[in-house]
Design a protein around this ligand. Structure first.
Ligand code: 26V
Length: 819
């Protein structure tokens, strides 16, 4: 890339002059960011070109990972790390009088996702490229990503995320690769020589223009592609409209309404009015992507039956399920294949990952909506459904109940999960326990029919971003202790276990954590004015705000601690800092109340002379990838406290563990596997098991009211939400939370798990006093975190789902490790 630092400095200064028109001494940090981005992009482009050529010439099988979300965050630092240029650039810029850390902050996060699902997709891309696997992402280029969250009077306020307001340097617009996507209209059916032909008429046509983002592998020459599609009117459409309208304003309105398809990322609980637009978005992604895959296959000039050997299409959650009927449509209507052949090809090329069992999150679409927006697609779904129901009937004649439960179309709705299972060759969950729940409960009837289709792929995270990039101090210490091989083979982190009795290494770990906490504390003070005590336990809960994730349990515990200190101001409590980061979906009223409650608690606790040296609460605005990168290296406790059985996997748990935070968690999602590898002594587990939770749901015998009445601590804490207290100030603001817990019978068992949680927290306070032993536990966590690298996950997707080969993979593929 650059032969040495001097060459980099020269190139950078030249770029500043050419691109920005400024000399080094006049350039702002913003100017420096844009120049650096352009310079690095140019270098990447050379590799990218070679890679695209390599892909075409070698005719390797390619995977296309379709996802409505890619939560990339910032790319500058990570790209430089993967290009092996981070330290050269850092020192080079330093010598020129710039601070790299300030420059990289000028990059706006690409926040094209809501949470775990989108960030997982981004980590997967990083692993695909780093393992030199030909896998590419297909997504949408939303003009506004995840909203910008602000707190006003403790309430969440959502502002549009203007991530494109400054030039986005990591992209190339590929005009020549644009395709057209059709909506609405009617289907005319003709018969010709005994065959049916379908003609789509009166449709509205849109242009899908790809913006390609390079995805750079770690210390290899691989550059894969994330292709983000953007909606634009077709020229033809504009001309036709112009003839009719004669008004520039009307034309612009028309253009805007077409472009609105890729305007917003939808929050996960999109409202009714947004549903239609969301369906359009999903089809827009699917249709542009599938057309592109077909075009690339046709260049190979092979028989269609070989399509699954060259092209794999992955459905990330049900959002891109329409891949199935869209591929069928193209193969049958355009390429003139028969149903059977098209179906075989489709099923063999498509695979699907489920990311949640929450019933409210399982996608269904009203039949009328699909029929009117996508008439041909609807016909195909109907046919798939009919054939599937016929098969069910034949295997168990007269069993109407089973057919009603399994049908793809039922009660006027199209069930996307059913379509995904029926139309693909693989269905996977994202942690062992989640997959078991799918097989034994949520998708049991499907599992009985297609047992071989179901498999588990436990999630992972990129250790490059979430350890090497975010925590350079820890990275260096690990390098010194065990060498650098772990960077390519993260499981080698286990070699750290040899250091378990090495007092000086444990002290080093402690110093690093302290340093990270200090850095974080000064940043918080700068941003919020709140002073944190770096010797206190930094107790972190960062994730989407949702009832099942139980930020409320954490909040009630803080009120309980506050009460304890107020009753006994001289008590010997280990000082704590509670750190929150979370966005609530804009229409999720209850979640927003919880935000207000935590902000209120922070206000009271941080300003009360009796407690402020022992307790601090900070709820940081605008939780995002770059905020997570700041918080995680400084965490001591990782709160993973979902109601057991509800969190499919969780990935924050892995990031925090990798940075030496100890998990306080329920036996849920991937926490179970974390516990399996580190052992119960190295984490803090509490609460009901998933089986116990399920038994309560099944029998209906749980009574939140009884729990409240029987327990003085719970009563007192809860009453403070509605009776006069510093938190309620006599108002009714938190009445809804109180009612939800008591009169709606506490759907997520917050009260039921309260005591177990409080006791475990007490144990943590006690154990933290013995810092040497604490650091031993941290070391065990770091040492066992390698298995949660997304490299392990992707190797197993590649070997067991996609049948992919890498050009020169270091570690080999397909190691079975039971995950
Ligand atoms: C969607 C919705 C939509 C309706 C309102 C409530 C609601 C709640 C949750 C969701 C989840 C959508 C899918 C998702 O983001 N799943 C997450 O995927 C992660 C990566 O596999 C996994 O670690 C998380 O446990 C899982 O929640």
């Amino acid at each position: 890339m650059f032969i040495n630092k001097e060459e980099f400095k020269e190139a950078f200064i030249r770029k500043l002059e050419e691109k920005i028109g400024k000399k080094k001494d006049q350039a702002s940090e913003q100017d420096a960011y844009l120049a650096l981005g352009a310079l690095i992009s140019e270098r990447i482009n050379q590799k990218w070109l070679q890679n695209n050529q390599k892909g075409t010439e070698s005719r390797d099988k390619q995977v296309y990972f379709f996802s409505m979300e890619f939560l990339l965050g910032r790319l500058l630092g990570n790209n430089l790390l993967n290009l092996d240029m981070l330290s050269l650039v850092k020192t080079g810029l330093n010598e020129l009088g710039f601070r790299f850390t300030s420059i990289e902050e000028k990059e706006k996060d690409a926040g094209l996702g809501n949470g775990g699902l989108g960030r997982l997709a981004a980590c997967f891309l990083d692993s695909l490229a780093s393992l030199d696997l030909p896998g590419h992402g297909y997504g949408l280029r939303y003009k506004y990503g995840m909203f910008d969250q602000r707190f006003i009077d403790g309430n969440q306020v959502e502002l549009p995320d203007q991530w494109l307001s400054q030039e986005y340097v990591w992209k190339v617009r590929r005009e020549e690769e644009a395709v057209e996507v059709r909506f609405g209209g009617h289907i005319l059916t003709h018969e010709q020589e005994g065959k049916l032909h379908f003609e789509h008429v009166d449709y509205e046509q849109l242009r899908a223009v790809p913006y390609d983002v390079p995805v750079i592998g770690y210390h290899n020459d691989t550059v894969n592609t994330l292709r983000l599609w953007s909606a634009e009117p077709t020229e033809e459409d504009i001309l036709v409209k112009a003839k009719k309208e004669h008004s520039c304003q009307n034309l612009l309105d028309h253009q805007r309404s077409l472009e609105s398809i890729t305007e917003f990322l939808y929050p996960d609980d999109s409202t009714e009015e947004g549903k239609r637009l969301r369906l359009k978005q999903e089809y827009f992604l699917v249709s542009s992507g599938v057309q592109c895959v077909i075009r690339s296959f046709e260049k190979l000039d092979l028989s269609w039956s070989l399509f699954p050997d060259y092209k794999k299409l992955h459905i990330n959650d049900t959002h891109p399920t329409l891949i199935i009927p869209e591929l069928m449509r193209i193969l049958m209507d355009e390429k003139k294949l028969g149903w059977e052949e098209a179906w075989q090809i489709t099923q063999a090329s498509v695979s699907y990952t489920n990311h949640t069992t929450l019933s409210e999150a399982l996608e269904t679409w009203p039949v009328e909506m699909i029929r009117s927006l996508l008439p041909r697609i609807y016909m195909i779904i109907e046919e798939i459904n009919e054939r599937f129901c016929r098969m069910l009937w034949e295997s168990s004649p007269g069993n109407f109940d089973r057919i009603a439960k399994l049908a793809i179309i039922a009660d006027g709705q199209v069930k996307m999960a059913h379509l995904s299972i029926v139309g693909s060759s693989s269905v996977n969950g994202v942690a062992k326990m989640h997959t078991e729940i799918l097989k034994k409960r949520e998708m049991k009837l499907f599992y009985d029919i297609f047992p071989d289709r179901f498999n588990n792929k436990t999630n992972g995270i990129s250790h490059r971003r979430w350890l090497m990039y975010v925590n350079p101090l820890l990275t260096n210490a690990i390098d010194e202790a065990i060498g650098e091989q772990w960077k390519k083979e993260p499981e080698r982190l286990q070699d750290l276990l040899y250091q378990i009795e090495d007092a000086s290494f444990l002290d080093t770990l402690n110093e690093i954590k302290q340093k990270n906490k200090q850095n974080f504390a000064s940043w918080v003070e700068d941003k919020t004015g709140v002073q944190l005590d770096p010797t206190s336990i930094f107790d972190v809960q960062i994730k989407r705000l949702h009832g099942y994730k139980r930020q409320l349990l954490n909040a009630l515990h803080i009120i309980h601690l506050y009460n304890q200190i107020k009753c006994n101001p001289t008590s010997n409590l280990t000082p704590r800092t509670f750190i929150f980061g979370a966005k609530a979906a804009s229409s999720y009223h209850f979640a927003k109340k919880v935000i207000k409650l935590i902000n209120t608690i922070a206000q009271i606790v941080n300003n009360d002379a009796d407690v402020k040296d022992k307790l601090k609460v900070v709820f940081l605005e605008n939780y995002s990838v770059s905020l997570a990168e700041r918080i995680i290296p400084a965490a001591n406790i990782s709160e993973q406290i979902s109601t057991a059985g509800k969190e499919a996997s969780g990935t924050g748990n892995m990031k925090l563990m990798m940075n030496g935070a100890l998990t306080l968690g329920t036996m849920d999602g991937a926490n179970v596997e974390i516990c399996d590898v580190i052992g119960n002594d190295h984490m803090y587990s509490f609460g009901l098991s998933a089986e116990e939770v399920q038994a309560y749901y099944d029998t209906g015998i749980y009574s939140a009211k009884e729990t409240y009445e029987e327990d003085e601590r719970i009563r007192r804490t809860l009453d403070q939400l509605i009776h006069y207290s510093p938190f309620s100030k006599g108002g009714t603001e938190f009445r809804e939370i109180y009612d939800e817990l008591l009169f709606n019978n506490d759907e997520y068992f917050v009260l039921r798990d309260f005591n177990s949680y409080v006791n475990t927290q007490q144990q943590i306070s006690y154990d933290y006093q013995d810092i040497r032993n604490w650091n031993r536990k941290c070391l065990v966590n770091i040492a066992h975190s390698g298995v949660f690298s997304s490299d392990r996950t992707i190797k197993s997707y590649a070997a067991e789902i996609w049948g992919l080969n890498s050009h020169n993979t270091v570690n080999g593929l397909g190691e079975e490790n039971g995950m």
